[in-house]
Design a protein around this ligand. Sequence first.
Ligand code: URA
Length: 318
Amino acid sequence: MDRKKNIYHQLLNSTTQHLEDLKSRGIAYLPISTHSLKNLSRTPSGSQSQPAFSLSEKSSRGHTPASEKNATSPVVAAPAIRPRHAPDFPAKQPEQNQTADLPEKTRDEKIAALRVKALSCRKCPNLVRARKNVVFGVGDIHADLMFIGEAPGADEDRMGEPFVGKAGQILTKIIGAMGFSRQTVYIANVLKCRPDTPDKPYGNRKPTQEEMHTCLPYLNAQIDLIQPKVVVALGATALQGLLGTTSGISRLRGKFQDFKSISLMPTFHPSYVLRAESNPTEAAVIKRQVWEDMLQVMEHLNCPISAKQRGYFLPKNN
Ligand code: URA
């Protein structure tokens, strides 16, 4: 019995560490089966032959078992990222000012409910058939700054998190250079499922108009709940999804647009930066353009900007 309890505590510690690791990478929610949810509510006992939380359960960064994929009750809040300005989930009720908390709780709850809805969405049968995960969004739901891309790629589909592949690494660097992190901004896509490519097992395709039209209510609801001060639209497709414009990204980038009374900054998609890297001169120009757009965003948000930051990607004077 002691040995069983020991194992239980080892598993509990590993699970806690795993959740902390996910949290540090900006993952605030985990898909979880109804069965595991029931087990989680049990207290450990010497007679239990299974730990309360099976470690074979995969997080949103791993593969979800097929039987659980897209289940309708798949979400619990992990011991999660806390909003910058909100305390950790209180273990007991705060003694004073209990109502002051309410709006924040409501936002958490509404986002959680929206996530449940998106994760069980089956409106695009072709995408449902092909997807491994619905990629809802990641980061701080109280963020002032939101980045919006086109659609998940293969890596994002596998991990259940936006912008974790090569383009995502560029985006993460941009966010870091601005003085933010993936945990202090919010990142999402116009499309929550990876566009399928039935005729080939690799590659990406642009979302269709119909897919965007079908999925946009989720993103609009996310934006309405998060209420960022600035939205950065990454690339032409994100811009088209948000503004309904087919004006080219080259023409609109760097110019704030009005979107639901939020300032929207169009800029190039990180994969465009990536593609340009074979030509260092061209890549330097594109990086500087993106960076100038981000400097405008930082100014708009009253972020402190150092001389070093202002000079990123400028040609070196000899
Ligand atoms: N490209 C996107 O537009 N979104 C992602 O999440 C990843 C790559």
